[in-house]
Unconditional design. Structure first.
Length: 598
Protein backbone atom coordinates (compact mmCIF):
# COMPACT_ATOMS: atom_id res chain seq x y z
CA UNK A 1 0.00 0.00 0.00
CA UNK A 2 2.71 2.46 1.03
CA UNK A 3 5.61 1.92 -1.37
CA UNK A 4 7.07 5.43 -1.46
CA UNK A 5 9.08 6.67 1.47
CA UNK A 6 7.06 9.93 1.59
CA UNK A 7 3.84 7.94 2.05
CA UNK A 8 5.46 5.85 4.78
CA UNK A 9 6.72 8.95 6.58
CA UNK A 10 3.29 10.63 6.40
CA UNK A 11 1.61 7.50 7.72
CA UNK A 12 4.14 7.25 10.54
CA UNK A 13 3.56 10.92 11.46
CA UNK A 14 -0.19 10.35 11.57
CA UNK A 15 0.25 7.25 13.70
CA UNK A 16 2.53 9.07 16.12
CA UNK A 17 0.02 11.93 16.45
CA UNK A 18 -2.81 9.51 17.25
CA UNK A 19 -0.62 7.71 19.74
CA UNK A 20 0.24 11.03 21.41
CA UNK A 21 -3.43 11.89 21.66
CA UNK A 22 -4.21 8.55 23.27
CA UNK A 23 -1.34 8.93 25.73
CA UNK A 24 -1.51 12.66 26.46
CA UNK A 25 -5.18 13.04 27.32
CA UNK A 26 -5.32 10.37 30.07
CA UNK A 27 -1.94 11.56 31.37
CA UNK A 28 -3.13 15.18 31.49
CA UNK A 29 -6.35 14.19 33.26
CA UNK A 30 -4.43 12.14 35.81
CA UNK A 31 -1.94 14.97 36.43
CA UNK A 32 -4.83 17.44 36.78
CA UNK A 33 -6.48 15.19 39.35
CA UNK A 34 -3.18 14.74 41.25
CA UNK A 35 -2.71 18.50 41.30
CA UNK A 36 -6.19 19.07 42.75
CA UNK A 37 -5.68 16.31 45.29
CA UNK A 38 -2.39 17.84 46.50
CA UNK A 39 -4.08 21.23 46.87
CA UNK A 40 -6.98 19.65 48.75
CA UNK A 41 -4.56 17.78 51.02
CA UNK A 42 -2.62 20.96 51.83
CA UNK A 43 -5.89 22.76 52.56
CA UNK A 44 -7.12 20.01 54.89
CA UNK A 45 -3.78 19.92 56.72
CA UNK A 46 -3.99 23.66 57.45
CA UNK A 47 -7.68 23.39 58.44
CA UNK A 48 -6.97 20.44 60.75
CA UNK A 49 -4.29 22.46 62.50
CA UNK A 50 -6.63 25.39 63.08
CA UNK A 51 -9.42 23.11 64.31
CA UNK A 52 -7.08 21.25 66.68
CA UNK A 53 -6.07 24.55 68.27
CA UNK A 54 -9.75 25.49 68.82
CA UNK A 55 -10.50 22.07 70.34
CA UNK A 56 -7.50 22.45 72.66
CA UNK A 57 -9.10 25.56 74.16
CA UNK A 58 -12.42 23.71 74.68
CA UNK A 59 -10.66 20.80 76.38
CA UNK A 60 -8.70 23.18 78.54
CA UNK A 61 -11.97 24.85 79.66
CA UNK A 62 -13.45 21.34 80.10
CA UNK A 63 -16.28 22.41 77.83
CA UNK A 64 -16.82 19.12 76.01
CA UNK A 65 -20.47 19.87 75.24
CA UNK A 66 -19.56 22.42 72.60
CA UNK A 67 -17.52 19.94 70.51
CA UNK A 68 -20.48 19.11 68.32
CA UNK A 69 -21.38 22.78 67.90
CA UNK A 70 -17.84 23.78 66.90
CA UNK A 71 -17.62 20.82 64.46
CA UNK A 72 -20.91 21.81 62.84
CA UNK A 73 -19.84 25.43 62.44
CA UNK A 74 -16.57 24.31 60.89
CA UNK A 75 -18.55 22.09 58.49
CA UNK A 76 -20.69 25.02 57.38
CA UNK A 77 -17.66 27.28 56.85
CA UNK A 78 -15.38 24.85 54.96
CA UNK A 79 -17.63 22.11 53.66
CA UNK A 80 -15.39 19.49 55.28
CA UNK A 81 -16.63 16.56 57.32
CA UNK A 82 -15.38 16.69 60.93
CA UNK A 83 -14.93 13.78 63.33
CA UNK A 84 -13.55 14.01 66.89
CA UNK A 85 -12.37 10.75 68.50
CA UNK A 86 -11.17 10.20 72.06
CA UNK A 87 -8.17 8.09 73.07
CA UNK A 88 -10.32 4.97 73.36
CA UNK A 89 -11.57 5.32 69.78
CA UNK A 90 -15.09 6.55 70.69
CA UNK A 91 -16.53 9.25 68.45
CA UNK A 92 -17.08 12.44 70.45
CA UNK A 93 -18.40 14.58 67.59
CA UNK A 94 -19.44 13.85 63.99
CA UNK A 95 -20.91 16.23 61.38
CA UNK A 96 -22.42 13.70 58.94
CA UNK A 97 -23.96 11.00 61.14
CA UNK A 98 -25.12 10.34 64.66
CA UNK A 99 -21.91 9.74 66.59
CA UNK A 100 -23.60 7.17 68.85
CA UNK A 101 -24.29 4.93 65.87
CA UNK A 102 -20.64 4.92 64.76
CA UNK A 103 -18.19 2.21 65.74
CA UNK A 104 -14.78 2.42 67.32
CA UNK A 105 -12.34 4.45 65.19
CA UNK A 106 -9.08 3.66 66.96
CA UNK A 107 -7.88 1.30 64.17
CA UNK A 108 -8.45 3.76 61.32
CA UNK A 109 -5.22 4.10 59.32
CA UNK A 110 -5.11 7.89 59.48
CA UNK A 111 -5.59 7.86 63.27
CA UNK A 112 -2.87 5.23 63.74
CA UNK A 113 -0.47 7.32 61.65
CA UNK A 114 -1.45 10.49 63.55
CA UNK A 115 -0.75 8.77 66.85
CA UNK A 116 2.70 7.64 65.63
CA UNK A 117 3.87 10.66 63.62
CA UNK A 118 1.62 13.56 64.63
CA UNK A 119 -0.20 13.70 61.25
CA UNK A 120 -2.16 11.06 59.38
CA UNK A 121 -3.17 11.31 55.71
CA UNK A 122 -5.13 8.58 53.91
CA UNK A 123 -7.55 8.32 50.98
CA UNK A 124 -10.04 5.45 50.79
CA UNK A 125 -13.61 4.49 50.20
CA UNK A 126 -15.92 5.50 53.06
CA UNK A 127 -18.29 2.67 54.04
CA UNK A 128 -20.34 5.19 55.99
CA UNK A 129 -20.96 7.66 53.14
CA UNK A 130 -20.34 5.41 50.12
CA UNK A 131 -17.73 7.68 48.41
CA UNK A 132 -13.96 8.06 48.06
CA UNK A 133 -12.70 10.47 50.73
CA UNK A 134 -9.37 12.10 51.61
CA UNK A 135 -8.81 11.99 55.39
CA UNK A 136 -6.43 14.17 57.45
CA UNK A 137 -6.10 13.46 61.19
CA UNK A 138 -3.93 14.97 63.90
CA UNK A 139 -3.82 14.73 67.73
CA UNK A 140 -5.31 17.36 70.04
CA UNK A 141 -2.80 18.15 72.81
CA UNK A 142 -3.39 19.56 76.28
CA UNK A 143 -0.40 20.24 78.50
CA UNK A 144 1.79 18.19 76.13
CA UNK A 145 -0.46 15.10 76.31
CA UNK A 146 -2.79 13.75 73.61
CA UNK A 147 -6.37 14.18 74.74
CA UNK A 148 -8.25 13.36 71.51
CA UNK A 149 -7.95 13.18 67.72
CA UNK A 150 -9.58 15.47 65.19
CA UNK A 151 -10.18 14.20 61.66
CA UNK A 152 -11.45 16.24 58.73
CA UNK A 153 -12.20 14.83 55.28
CA UNK A 154 -13.48 15.86 51.87
CA UNK A 155 -14.91 13.83 49.03
CA UNK A 156 -12.57 13.18 46.05
CA UNK A 157 -15.39 13.30 43.49
CA UNK A 158 -14.80 16.96 42.71
CA UNK A 159 -11.04 16.51 42.60
CA UNK A 160 -11.16 14.12 39.63
CA UNK A 161 -13.90 15.99 37.74
CA UNK A 162 -12.54 18.05 34.81
CA UNK A 163 -14.54 21.15 33.85
CA UNK A 164 -16.23 21.11 30.44
CA UNK A 165 -14.44 24.31 29.34
CA UNK A 166 -11.09 22.73 30.11
CA UNK A 167 -11.96 19.59 28.11
CA UNK A 168 -12.94 21.74 25.09
CA UNK A 169 -9.68 23.67 25.31
CA UNK A 170 -7.75 20.46 25.69
CA UNK A 171 -9.17 18.74 22.58
CA UNK A 172 -9.05 21.94 20.49
CA UNK A 173 -5.38 22.49 21.27
CA UNK A 174 -4.48 18.87 20.57
CA UNK A 175 -6.31 18.74 17.25
CA UNK A 176 -4.73 22.00 16.09
CA UNK A 177 -1.27 20.80 17.04
CA UNK A 178 -1.90 17.48 15.31
CA UNK A 179 -3.00 19.18 12.08
CA UNK A 180 0.06 21.43 12.03
CA UNK A 181 2.33 18.48 12.77
CA UNK A 182 0.75 16.39 10.01
CA UNK A 183 1.13 19.12 7.40
CA UNK A 184 4.74 19.71 8.44
CA UNK A 185 5.40 15.97 8.28
CA UNK A 186 4.04 15.73 4.73
CA UNK A 187 6.15 18.67 3.62
CA UNK A 188 9.41 17.38 5.11
CA UNK A 189 8.77 13.81 3.99
CA UNK A 190 8.53 14.98 0.37
CA UNK A 191 11.72 17.02 0.72
CA UNK A 192 13.43 13.95 2.15
CA UNK A 193 12.15 11.41 -0.36
CA UNK A 194 13.39 13.23 -3.48
CA UNK A 195 17.14 13.17 -2.68
CA UNK A 196 16.80 9.66 -1.30
CA UNK A 197 15.36 8.56 -4.62
CA UNK A 198 18.34 10.08 -6.44
CA UNK A 199 20.73 8.29 -4.06
CA UNK A 200 18.94 4.99 -4.61
CA UNK A 201 19.36 5.31 -8.36
CA UNK A 202 23.03 6.23 -7.92
CA UNK A 203 23.70 3.19 -5.71
CA UNK A 204 22.07 0.94 -8.29
CA UNK A 205 24.32 2.42 -10.98
CA UNK A 206 27.43 1.87 -8.84
CA UNK A 207 26.36 -1.72 -8.27
CA UNK A 208 26.31 -2.19 -12.03
CA UNK A 209 29.85 -0.81 -12.32
CA UNK A 210 29.24 2.87 -13.14
CA UNK A 211 31.75 4.54 -10.78
CA UNK A 212 31.49 7.96 -12.49
CA UNK A 213 27.99 8.82 -11.23
CA UNK A 214 27.59 11.66 -8.69
CA UNK A 215 24.71 12.79 -6.46
CA UNK A 216 23.87 16.46 -5.61
CA UNK A 217 20.86 16.64 -3.23
CA UNK A 218 20.86 20.46 -2.95
CA UNK A 219 20.62 20.41 0.85
CA UNK A 220 23.03 21.09 3.68
CA UNK A 221 21.85 18.53 6.19
CA UNK A 222 22.62 14.86 6.84
CA UNK A 223 21.48 14.00 3.31
CA UNK A 224 24.31 16.09 1.89
CA UNK A 225 26.74 14.14 4.08
CA UNK A 226 25.25 10.91 2.80
CA UNK A 227 25.51 12.15 -0.79
CA UNK A 228 29.17 13.03 -0.33
CA UNK A 229 29.68 9.57 1.11
CA UNK A 230 28.11 7.98 -1.97
CA UNK A 231 30.20 10.14 -4.26
CA UNK A 232 33.34 9.21 -2.35
CA UNK A 233 32.32 5.57 -2.33
CA UNK A 234 31.96 5.61 -6.09
CA UNK A 235 35.45 7.07 -6.40
CA UNK A 236 37.05 4.75 -3.83
CA UNK A 237 35.32 1.48 -4.67
CA UNK A 238 37.71 0.64 -7.47
CA UNK A 239 40.68 1.29 -5.18
CA UNK A 240 39.02 -0.82 -2.48
CA UNK A 241 38.66 -3.73 -4.87
CA UNK A 242 42.30 -3.39 -5.77
CA UNK A 243 43.23 -3.40 -2.07
CA UNK A 244 41.12 -6.51 -1.55
CA UNK A 245 43.11 -8.22 -4.24
CA UNK A 246 46.30 -7.04 -2.58
CA UNK A 247 45.14 -8.38 0.80
CA UNK A 248 44.35 -11.68 -0.86
CA UNK A 249 47.90 -11.85 -2.15
CA UNK A 250 49.25 -10.96 1.30
CA UNK A 251 47.17 -13.72 2.89
CA UNK A 252 48.57 -16.14 0.36
CA UNK A 253 52.05 -14.95 1.32
CA UNK A 254 51.28 -15.59 4.99
CA UNK A 255 49.96 -19.04 4.13
CA UNK A 256 53.05 -19.79 2.11
CA UNK A 257 55.33 -18.75 4.98
CA UNK A 258 53.68 -20.90 7.62
CA UNK A 259 55.82 -23.57 9.25
CA UNK A 260 53.00 -26.06 8.76
CA UNK A 261 52.20 -27.55 5.39
CA UNK A 262 48.60 -26.72 4.40
CA UNK A 263 46.57 -28.30 1.60
CA UNK A 264 42.97 -27.40 0.72
CA UNK A 265 40.92 -30.14 -1.00
CA UNK A 266 37.49 -29.72 -2.54
CA UNK A 267 34.64 -32.10 -1.82
CA UNK A 268 35.84 -34.49 -4.55
CA UNK A 269 39.37 -34.65 -3.14
CA UNK A 270 41.00 -32.38 -5.74
CA UNK A 271 43.63 -29.86 -4.67
CA UNK A 272 42.35 -26.28 -4.57
CA UNK A 273 45.54 -24.78 -3.18
CA UNK A 274 48.66 -25.73 -1.25
CA UNK A 275 51.24 -23.53 0.41
CA UNK A 276 54.95 -23.46 -0.25
CA UNK A 277 55.76 -25.72 2.72
CA UNK A 278 53.43 -28.41 1.35
CA UNK A 279 54.97 -27.99 -2.10
CA UNK A 280 58.46 -28.57 -0.69
CA UNK A 281 57.36 -31.36 1.62
CA UNK A 282 55.65 -33.41 -1.08
CA UNK A 283 57.90 -32.32 -3.95
CA UNK A 284 55.08 -31.02 -6.15
CA UNK A 285 54.59 -27.72 -7.97
CA UNK A 286 51.75 -25.64 -6.48
CA UNK A 287 50.22 -24.50 -9.77
CA UNK A 288 50.52 -27.90 -11.46
CA UNK A 289 48.96 -29.61 -8.43
CA UNK A 290 45.87 -27.41 -8.50
CA UNK A 291 42.91 -29.46 -9.74
CA UNK A 292 44.72 -32.80 -9.38
CA UNK A 293 43.42 -35.54 -7.08
CA UNK A 294 45.11 -35.79 -3.68
CA UNK A 295 46.35 -39.33 -4.51
CA UNK A 296 48.39 -37.85 -7.35
CA UNK A 297 49.87 -35.13 -5.13
CA UNK A 298 50.03 -36.55 -1.59
CA UNK A 299 50.30 -40.21 -2.64
CA UNK A 300 48.84 -41.70 0.54
CA UNK A 301 45.82 -44.03 0.38
CA UNK A 302 45.31 -43.90 4.17
CA UNK A 303 45.09 -40.12 4.00
CA UNK A 304 42.56 -40.34 1.14
CA UNK A 305 40.37 -42.67 3.19
CA UNK A 306 40.55 -40.30 6.16
CA UNK A 307 39.57 -37.42 3.83
CA UNK A 308 36.50 -39.27 2.58
CA UNK A 309 35.44 -40.08 6.16
CA UNK A 310 35.87 -36.43 7.16
CA UNK A 311 33.57 -35.37 4.29
CA UNK A 312 31.01 -38.07 5.07
CA UNK A 313 30.93 -37.67 8.86
CA UNK A 314 31.65 -33.90 8.99
CA UNK A 315 34.11 -34.55 11.80
CA UNK A 316 37.67 -33.43 12.46
CA UNK A 317 40.16 -36.28 12.07
CA UNK A 318 43.89 -36.69 12.69
CA UNK A 319 46.47 -39.29 11.74
CA UNK A 320 50.19 -39.85 11.25
CA UNK A 321 51.69 -39.69 7.76
CA UNK A 322 55.21 -40.62 6.66
CA UNK A 323 57.02 -38.93 3.78
CA UNK A 324 60.44 -39.77 2.34
CA UNK A 325 61.51 -36.61 0.48
CA UNK A 326 64.49 -36.50 0.79
CA UNK A 327 64.58 -38.19 4.22
CA UNK A 328 61.90 -39.84 6.27
CA UNK A 329 59.68 -37.46 8.19
CA UNK A 330 56.73 -38.25 10.43
CA UNK A 331 53.84 -35.80 10.09
CA UNK A 332 50.67 -35.31 12.10
CA UNK A 333 47.87 -34.61 9.63
CA UNK A 334 44.76 -32.80 10.92
CA UNK A 335 41.75 -32.84 8.56
CA UNK A 336 39.28 -29.99 9.19
CA UNK A 337 35.96 -30.00 7.26
CA UNK A 338 34.79 -26.59 5.97
CA UNK A 339 31.01 -26.14 5.75
CA UNK A 340 29.02 -24.25 3.16
CA UNK A 341 25.64 -23.93 4.88
CA UNK A 342 24.95 -27.55 6.04
CA UNK A 343 27.19 -29.30 3.52
CA UNK A 344 30.92 -30.01 3.63
CA UNK A 345 32.36 -27.93 0.81
CA UNK A 346 36.08 -28.57 1.33
CA UNK A 347 38.63 -29.99 3.75
CA UNK A 348 41.74 -28.24 5.07
CA UNK A 349 44.64 -30.59 5.84
CA UNK A 350 47.37 -29.22 8.11
CA UNK A 351 50.60 -31.21 8.36
CA UNK A 352 52.77 -30.74 11.47
CA UNK A 353 56.24 -32.25 11.62
CA UNK A 354 56.40 -34.48 14.72
CA UNK A 355 59.59 -36.29 13.77
CA UNK A 356 61.52 -34.95 16.76
CA UNK A 357 58.66 -35.77 19.13
CA UNK A 358 58.56 -39.36 17.89
CA UNK A 359 62.32 -39.57 18.19
CA UNK A 360 62.12 -38.30 21.75
CA UNK A 361 59.56 -41.00 22.50
CA UNK A 362 61.92 -43.54 20.99
CA UNK A 363 64.73 -42.26 23.22
CA UNK A 364 62.44 -42.61 26.22
CA UNK A 365 61.61 -46.18 25.25
CA UNK A 366 65.30 -46.98 24.81
CA UNK A 367 65.98 -45.40 28.19
CA UNK A 368 63.45 -47.71 29.83
CA UNK A 369 65.01 -50.69 28.06
CA UNK A 370 68.54 -49.67 29.10
CA UNK A 371 67.45 -49.04 32.68
CA UNK A 372 65.79 -52.46 32.79
CA UNK A 373 68.96 -54.04 31.46
CA UNK A 374 71.17 -52.21 33.96
CA UNK A 375 68.88 -53.30 36.79
CA UNK A 376 68.63 -56.88 35.57
CA UNK A 377 72.41 -57.49 35.40
CA UNK A 378 73.21 -56.96 39.12
CA UNK A 379 69.94 -58.56 40.17
CA UNK A 380 70.82 -61.68 38.17
CA UNK A 381 74.24 -61.80 39.80
CA UNK A 382 72.78 -61.31 43.28
CA UNK A 383 70.20 -64.01 42.71
CA UNK A 384 72.75 -66.46 41.29
CA UNK A 385 75.20 -66.10 44.17
CA UNK A 386 72.34 -66.23 46.69
CA UNK A 387 71.04 -69.51 45.22
CA UNK A 388 74.60 -70.92 45.28
CA UNK A 389 74.93 -70.01 48.94
CA UNK A 390 71.56 -71.58 49.75
CA UNK A 391 72.53 -74.75 47.87
CA UNK A 392 75.48 -75.41 50.22
CA UNK A 393 78.21 -72.92 49.49
CA UNK A 394 77.29 -71.19 52.76
CA UNK A 395 79.14 -73.99 54.61
CA UNK A 396 82.39 -73.07 52.83
CA UNK A 397 83.31 -69.91 54.74
CA UNK A 398 85.89 -68.67 52.25
CA UNK A 399 83.53 -69.11 49.31
CA UNK A 400 80.61 -67.64 51.28
CA UNK A 401 82.60 -64.54 52.23
CA UNK A 402 83.70 -64.04 48.60
CA UNK A 403 80.13 -64.45 47.35
CA UNK A 404 78.76 -62.07 49.99
CA UNK A 405 81.31 -59.43 48.99
CA UNK A 406 80.14 -59.76 45.38
CA UNK A 407 76.50 -59.49 46.49
CA UNK A 408 77.40 -56.41 48.58
CA UNK A 409 79.18 -54.85 45.58
CA UNK A 410 76.24 -55.51 43.27
CA UNK A 411 73.82 -54.17 45.90
CA UNK A 412 75.85 -50.97 46.18
CA UNK A 413 75.80 -50.72 42.39
CA UNK A 414 72.01 -51.10 42.41
CA UNK A 415 71.77 -48.41 45.08
CA UNK A 416 73.94 -46.01 43.02
CA UNK A 417 71.84 -46.75 39.93
CA UNK A 418 68.60 -46.08 41.83
CA UNK A 419 69.97 -42.80 43.21
CA UNK A 420 71.12 -41.67 39.77
CA UNK A 421 67.75 -42.59 38.24
CA UNK A 422 65.94 -40.64 40.96
CA UNK A 423 68.21 -37.63 40.48
CA UNK A 424 67.70 -37.75 36.73
CA UNK A 425 63.92 -37.99 37.16
CA UNK A 426 63.96 -34.99 39.51
CA UNK A 427 66.01 -32.95 37.06
CA UNK A 428 63.70 -33.76 34.15
CA UNK A 429 60.65 -32.68 36.15
CA UNK A 430 59.57 -29.19 34.85
CA UNK A 431 58.41 -28.30 38.35
CA UNK A 432 61.77 -28.93 40.04
CA UNK A 433 62.66 -26.16 42.47
CA UNK A 434 66.30 -25.12 42.38
CA UNK A 435 67.32 -23.29 45.57
CA UNK A 436 69.18 -20.58 43.72
CA UNK A 437 71.54 -18.44 45.78
CA UNK A 438 75.04 -16.95 45.51
CA UNK A 439 77.48 -19.88 45.62
CA UNK A 440 81.26 -19.64 46.01
CA UNK A 441 82.64 -22.35 43.76
CA UNK A 442 86.07 -21.96 45.38
CA UNK A 443 84.72 -23.34 48.66
CA UNK A 444 83.05 -26.22 46.82
CA UNK A 445 86.33 -27.05 45.05
CA UNK A 446 88.21 -26.96 48.35
CA UNK A 447 85.67 -29.26 49.95
CA UNK A 448 85.84 -31.75 47.08
CA UNK A 449 89.65 -31.56 47.20
CA UNK A 450 89.58 -32.75 50.80
CA UNK A 451 86.89 -35.35 50.10
CA UNK A 452 88.63 -37.00 47.12
CA UNK A 453 92.27 -36.25 48.02
CA UNK A 454 92.88 -39.58 49.73
CA UNK A 455 91.15 -41.53 46.95
CA UNK A 456 93.32 -39.78 44.38
CA UNK A 457 96.49 -40.50 46.37
CA UNK A 458 95.54 -44.16 46.76
CA UNK A 459 95.40 -44.45 42.97
CA UNK A 460 98.53 -42.45 42.34
CA UNK A 461 96.65 -39.45 40.93
CA UNK A 462 97.57 -35.85 41.66
CA UNK A 463 94.39 -33.80 42.30
CA UNK A 464 94.60 -30.00 41.99
CA UNK A 465 91.95 -27.32 42.48
CA UNK A 466 92.79 -23.77 41.31
CA UNK A 467 90.70 -20.62 41.14
CA UNK A 468 91.56 -16.89 41.24
CA UNK A 469 91.17 -14.75 44.33
CA UNK A 470 88.60 -12.43 42.75
CA UNK A 471 86.36 -15.19 41.37
CA UNK A 472 82.78 -13.93 41.85
CA UNK A 473 80.03 -16.17 43.23
CA UNK A 474 77.61 -17.83 40.82
CA UNK A 475 73.84 -18.03 40.99
CA UNK A 476 72.94 -21.65 41.64
CA UNK A 477 71.94 -24.48 43.92
CA UNK A 478 74.99 -25.42 46.02
CA UNK A 479 74.00 -29.08 46.40
CA UNK A 480 73.45 -29.66 42.67
CA UNK A 481 76.60 -27.75 41.68
CA UNK A 482 78.61 -29.85 44.14
CA UNK A 483 77.12 -32.98 42.52
CA UNK A 484 78.27 -31.76 39.08
CA UNK A 485 81.89 -31.23 40.15
CA UNK A 486 81.92 -34.50 42.15
CA UNK A 487 80.71 -36.49 39.14
CA UNK A 488 83.35 -35.00 36.87
CA UNK A 489 86.19 -35.44 39.39
CA UNK A 490 85.07 -38.96 40.31
CA UNK A 491 85.00 -40.00 36.63
CA UNK A 492 88.43 -38.52 36.02
CA UNK A 493 90.00 -40.33 38.99
CA UNK A 494 88.41 -43.67 38.11
CA UNK A 495 89.35 -43.87 34.44
CA UNK A 496 92.94 -42.57 34.32
CA UNK A 497 96.04 -44.53 35.28
CA UNK A 498 98.61 -44.19 38.05
CA UNK A 499 101.01 -41.27 37.87
CA UNK A 500 98.51 -38.94 36.17
CA UNK A 501 96.99 -35.65 37.20
CA UNK A 502 93.41 -34.26 37.52
CA UNK A 503 93.05 -30.50 37.66
CA UNK A 504 89.91 -28.49 38.57
CA UNK A 505 90.15 -24.89 37.37
CA UNK A 506 87.70 -21.98 37.62
CA UNK A 507 87.81 -18.69 35.73
CA UNK A 508 85.59 -15.74 34.80
CA UNK A 509 84.38 -15.41 31.21
CA UNK A 510 82.16 -12.31 30.74
CA UNK A 511 78.96 -13.04 32.69
CA UNK A 512 79.74 -16.70 33.37
CA UNK A 513 82.17 -18.70 35.49
CA UNK A 514 83.72 -21.58 33.56
CA UNK A 515 84.81 -24.73 35.43
CA UNK A 516 87.28 -27.09 33.73
CA UNK A 517 88.07 -30.63 34.93
CA UNK A 518 91.06 -31.87 32.92
CA UNK A 519 93.18 -35.00 33.05
CA UNK A 520 96.17 -36.33 31.17
CA UNK A 521 94.80 -39.82 30.66
CA UNK A 522 94.20 -41.71 27.42
CA UNK A 523 91.43 -39.36 26.28
CA UNK A 524 88.05 -40.04 24.66
CA UNK A 525 87.57 -40.87 20.95
CA UNK A 526 85.90 -38.17 18.88
CA UNK A 527 82.85 -40.30 17.98
CA UNK A 528 82.36 -41.06 21.69
CA UNK A 529 82.59 -37.38 22.69
CA UNK A 530 79.39 -36.71 20.67
CA UNK A 531 77.39 -39.18 22.80
CA UNK A 532 79.21 -38.98 26.12
CA UNK A 533 76.32 -37.11 27.84
CA UNK A 534 73.64 -39.62 26.74
CA UNK A 535 72.04 -41.76 29.41
CA UNK A 536 73.71 -45.18 29.91
CA UNK A 537 76.33 -44.43 27.27
CA UNK A 538 79.82 -45.73 28.19
CA UNK A 539 83.04 -45.52 26.24
CA UNK A 540 84.30 -48.77 27.82
CA UNK A 541 81.37 -50.70 29.29
CA UNK A 542 83.41 -53.48 30.93
CA UNK A 543 85.78 -51.06 32.63
CA UNK A 544 82.90 -48.85 33.71
CA UNK A 545 81.15 -51.73 35.42
CA UNK A 546 84.37 -52.74 37.15
CA UNK A 547 84.41 -49.32 38.80
CA UNK A 548 80.70 -49.36 39.60
CA UNK A 549 79.63 -46.77 37.06
CA UNK A 550 75.95 -46.43 36.16
CA UNK A 551 76.28 -44.52 32.87
CA UNK A 552 74.07 -41.72 34.21
CA UNK A 553 76.58 -39.39 35.88
CA UNK A 554 77.37 -37.23 32.85
CA UNK A 555 73.69 -37.09 31.87
CA UNK A 556 72.95 -35.70 35.35
CA UNK A 557 75.76 -33.17 34.88
CA UNK A 558 74.22 -31.98 31.62
CA UNK A 559 70.72 -31.59 33.11
CA UNK A 560 71.95 -29.70 36.19
CA UNK A 561 74.07 -27.24 34.20
CA UNK A 562 71.33 -26.54 31.66
CA UNK A 563 68.81 -26.07 34.49
CA UNK A 564 71.09 -23.29 35.78
CA UNK A 565 71.19 -21.58 32.39
CA UNK A 566 74.71 -22.76 31.59
CA UNK A 567 76.37 -24.97 28.98
CA UNK A 568 78.45 -28.16 29.20
CA UNK A 569 80.89 -29.88 26.87
CA UNK A 570 83.97 -32.06 26.46
CA UNK A 571 87.06 -31.57 24.36
CA UNK A 572 90.48 -33.09 23.83
CA UNK A 573 93.24 -31.85 26.12
CA UNK A 574 96.47 -30.56 24.52
CA UNK A 575 98.34 -33.02 26.81
CA UNK A 576 96.39 -35.91 25.30
CA UNK A 577 93.72 -36.37 27.94
CA UNK A 578 90.17 -34.96 28.19
CA UNK A 579 88.74 -31.67 29.40
CA UNK A 580 85.18 -31.54 30.71
CA UNK A 581 83.87 -27.99 31.16
CA UNK A 582 80.67 -26.21 32.14
CA UNK A 583 79.54 -22.61 32.68
CA UNK A 584 77.26 -21.04 35.33
CA UNK A 585 75.91 -17.44 35.36
CA UNK A 586 77.64 -15.01 37.73
CA UNK A 587 75.72 -13.78 40.80
CA UNK A 588 78.20 -11.17 42.12
CA UNK A 589 81.78 -10.40 42.98
CA UNK A 590 83.82 -11.73 45.93
CA UNK A 591 87.40 -12.17 47.05
CA UNK A 592 88.95 -15.54 47.80
CA UNK A 593 92.34 -17.11 47.95
CA UNK A 594 93.89 -19.90 45.91
CA UNK A 595 93.21 -23.42 47.11
CA UNK A 596 95.96 -25.84 47.99
CA UNK A 597 96.91 -28.77 45.76
CA UNK A 598 97.10 -32.43 46.55
Amino acid sequence: MFTRISHKLAASYLGMILLLLLVFIPTFNRMYGDYNRRNLQDELIHQSFSLSQTLTLLLEEENGDRLGTIAGEFREQTGARVTVVDLEGRVLAETERDRLEMGNHLDREELVEARLTGLGVRSRFSETLGEDYLYVARPVYLDGQIQAYVRISRTLAEVNRIPRSLRILEWTSLLAASLVALMAGLYFSRRLSRPLGEMSRAVDAIRQGDFGIRVYPGTRDELSVLARGINQMAGDLKNTLERVEQVKEELEDVLNNLNNAVVLLDREGRVRLMNSMASRLFGRDREESRGQHNLQVLRDYRLDRAFRKAVKENRLRSMEVKVYLPEQKILEAVLIPVLDEDRVDSVVISFHDVTEIVRAETVRTEFVANASHELKTPLTAIRGFTETLLDGALDDRETAVRFLKIIDSETARLNRLAEDLLNLARLEDPGILMKLQPVELGKICSKILKQYGKLAQSRGVLLECLYPEDLPPVQGDPDWLSQVIINLVDNAIKYIGEGTRVRVEAGLEEEFVRIRVSDDGIGIPEEARKRIFERFYRVDRDRSRDYGGTGLGLSIVKHVVESHGGAVGVEESPEGGSVFWFTIPVAGEREDGLADTV
